[in-house]
Ligand binder design. Structure first.
Ligand code: MTE
Ligand code: MO
Length: 383
């Protein structure tokens, strides 16, 4: 693989790995706007960024278990109804660095910013599949338990130089309400190379690993994808499993992400002026579940205050309201009085009353995924 044709990137990004390029914005930049600017959006790659230059000839082949395979060109996709879906993409490895402090885990280290919220523009996968004769999901359509595999053009060492692959169940792919997109725009601009130009999949509410970039093939298959990133990565194992006793086939590929939150207005160890501190950050849950509550403690979790929540500045967020963005994060904010030296803690509750685990130890796993433990920052009052 060669890294001589990488795109240029914003100098603010914190680089966690250079080749393949993996980078995240500083915490404070992450929460400076509800829609994450493209150049500050985290970049998560497993190989060099592909260069698709002949857009006229670029096509996506739809094949596999169907009677009528087809190559779709950009124009075919653009002719379909266009949807703009505001959705938060989160890498399963978000907050991995903190998990690694308990016991070493394998994978690129990330602080709390392997996450971003964008307006994805494109066609619904359900409409694309209809073009090859696969009906949209209704109560009576049997899916036969099939899956839809997305195959890219990038080359990953985990795939022995082959392309990145992932799959989702056909019932999700054909459900218009699931809002799975074949996206060609991000925040109103054509997708850039880092984020999947010319086409990428966006699977809202699901770990970022299933949102395949640089899409080349959509394949209808009988079982879930046998690709590396489905079968030997991005699975959640218990703390007892280590590299000597791991049996990959005992677990399912991770899909929805659990409830998560992080404080982004403060870093370890910030020195703050006496008195009031603004504690702000993001909260999000997978599977389209909204955020019910965010609790903040400044006394080691003895007492809590509830933070205010919003998506649009100045408008209180109401979970499950039609005016709220169902697949998107929620920003929270609270003003607190802090003692001399303290740990500030944030934890979120989603609309299914799912809570975050108190400690990272209890969810430690060897691949370091889904660190959704209570988020803690240490601050000190100075002068
Ligand atoms: N798609 C391809 N083709 N190659 C990749 O390496 N990484 C996945 C996913 N899609 C990846 C991919 C992972 S793990 C994540 S978290 C998201 O893309 C990151 O998307 P972003 O770089 O646009 O933020
Ligand atoms: Mo990821």
């Amino acid at each position: 693989p060669h890294y001589s044709q990488e795109p240029s990137r914003h100098p603010c990004l914190i680089i966690n790995a250079k080749e393949p390029f993996n980078a995240e914005p500083p915490r404070s930049a992450l929460v400076s706007s509800y829609i994450t600017p493209i150049d500050l959006f985290y970049k998560r790659n497993h190989g060099p960024i592909p260069l698709v230059d002949d857009i006229e000839r670029y096509s996506v082949s739809i094949c596999g278990l169907l009677g009528n395979p087809k190559d779709l060109f950009m124009n075919d996709i653009r002719k379909l109804p266009k949807y703009n879906v505001t959705a938060t993409l989160q890498c399963a490895g978000n907050r991995r660095t903190a998990m690694s402090k308990v016991r070493t885990v394998k994978g690129v280290g990330w602080d709390v910013s392997a996450i971003g919220n964008a307006i994805w523009g494109g066609a619904k996968l359900a409409d694309v599949l209809e073009l090859v004769g696969i009906p949209k999901l209704t109560k009576s359509t049997p899916s036969g338990g099939k899956h839809v595999e997305f195959i890219s053009v990038d080359m990953c060492k985990e795939e022995n130089g082959g392309p990145y692959k992932a799959s989702i169940p056909l019932i999700q792919a054909t459900n218009p309400e699931a809002d799975v997109l074949i996206a060609y725009e991000m925040n109103g601009e054509p997708l850039n190379r880092d984020h999947g130009y010319p086409l990428r999949v966006v699977v809202p509410g699901v770990i970022g690993a299933r949102s395949v970039k640089w899409l080349d093939t959509i394949k209808i298959i009988a079982e879930e994808s046998q690709g590396f990133f489905m079968q030997r990565d991005y699975k959640m194992f218990p703390p007892s499993v280590n590299w000597d006793n791991i049996v990959w086939s005992t677990r399912k590929p991770q899909m929805d992400f659990p409830v998560q939150c992080a404080i982004c207005s403060l870093e370890d160890v910030d020195v703050v002026k006496h008195g009031k501190v603004i504690v702000s950050g993001y909260a999000v849950s997978g599977g389209g579940r909204g955020i019910e509550r965010v609790d903040i403690s400044v006394d080691g979790s003895k007492t809590w205050v509830e933070a205010s929540r919003y998506q649009k500045t100045g408008v209180p967020y109401i979970a499950d309201d039609i005016s709220s963005d169902k697949w998107a994060w929620v920003f929270f904010q609270a003003e607190v009085d802090i003692p001399q030296i303290t740990e500030i803690v944030a934890k979120a509750v989603d609309t299914a009353a799912n809570v975050q685990p108190e400690n990272v130890e209890v969810i430690w796993n060897l691949r370091g995924i889904l660190n959704t433990s209570w988020h803690r920052v240490h601050v000190r009052v100075g002068h």
